[in-house]
Design a protein around this ligand. Structure first.
Ligand code: PGA
Length: 253
């Protein structure tokens, strides 16, 4: 299994800034190990510019693009939404579903996240399904039940026969996102093992081939340690992914 190090640019960067960041990143990622992949989840408006740079520099087998969200339909009267086919047309291989900001700021349910996940996979995108508990839920002892609900709903319509490499999970404790509070080693180990067990329930033996990324205040100085932990198959990086230099250090950590 190749580890996946992914940048989540959220709602940052205009086209010029995004293209420059990709230009800066490409030489820095030249020596990425063969067992690692790098993805950029960029705002919809900059995907085309990023894709042009990646193609012109011949980095298309080293650096992959992804959308930060998707709607579960190919086209139609869905103002403001975007389809998997549109993302693919802009050069995307990946899409994120269920990011905590979409669940908690935009009110998305696990059922809706599940429809997006299944539809995007059906239309050929590889999906990184995000899950994670709030501090309140953790303190109330609900870690397992929250992850079970998010994974159950998020994968409800995904065929059990899906190719393992096409569906990854990102465990991102909500209290560690953008707060500088990285989860401790034992918390990451516990949660990732739980996620592995929960996906085994649905996908059986192939769950061992599905990537489980960690996200939440990952920085160049903690990335190496986290990515080396059991059941950690990659990283999803927000704030520290906005600068090419810091993100490349994380990707190579
Ligand atoms: P952060 O964000 O690295 O800034 O904590 C991670 C994410 O939201 O994916």
């Amino acid at each position: 299994m190749k580890k996946l190090v992914a940048a989540n640019w959220k709602m940052y960067k205009n086209r010029t800034e995004a293209a420059q960041c990709v230009l800066d990143l490409i030489p820095l990622l030249k020596h990425i190990p063969a067992d690692r992949e790098v993805a950029l989840f960029a705002p919809f408006t900059v995907l085309g510019s990023c894709s042009d740079v990646i193609n012109s520099k011949g980095a298309d087998n080293r650096l992959f693009l992804g959308g930060q969200d998707v709607y579960p339909a190919s086209e139609g009267a869905f103002t403001g939404e975007i389809s998997p086919e549109m993302l693919a047309d802009c050069g995307c291989r990946f899409v994120l579903t269920g990011h905590s900001e979409r669940r908690h700021v935009l009110g998305e349910s696990s059922e809706f996240v599940g429809r997006k996940t299944a539809f995007a996979l059906e239309k050929g995108l590889d999906v990184v399904l995000c899950i994670g508990e709030t501090l309140e839920q953790r303190e109330a002892g609900q870690l397992e039940s929250v992850l079970a609900e998010q994974i159950g709903g998020g994968t409800a319509d995904v065929p059990a026969g899906i190719e393992a490499a096409r569906l990854s999970f990102a465990y991102e404790p909500v209290w560690a996102i953008g707060t500088g509070k990285v989860a401790g080693e034992s918390e990451i180990l516990e949660a990732h093992l739980l996620v592995r067990r929960l996906i085994e329930k649905k996908f059986g033996a192939k769950a061992s081939e599905m990537r489980i990324l960690y996200g939440g205040s990952v920085k160049p100085d903690n990335a190496g340690k986290i990515i080396g932990l059991d059941n950690v198959d990659g990283l999803l990086v927000g704030g520290a992914s906005l600068q090419a230099e810091s993100f490349s250090k994380i990707a190579l950590a």
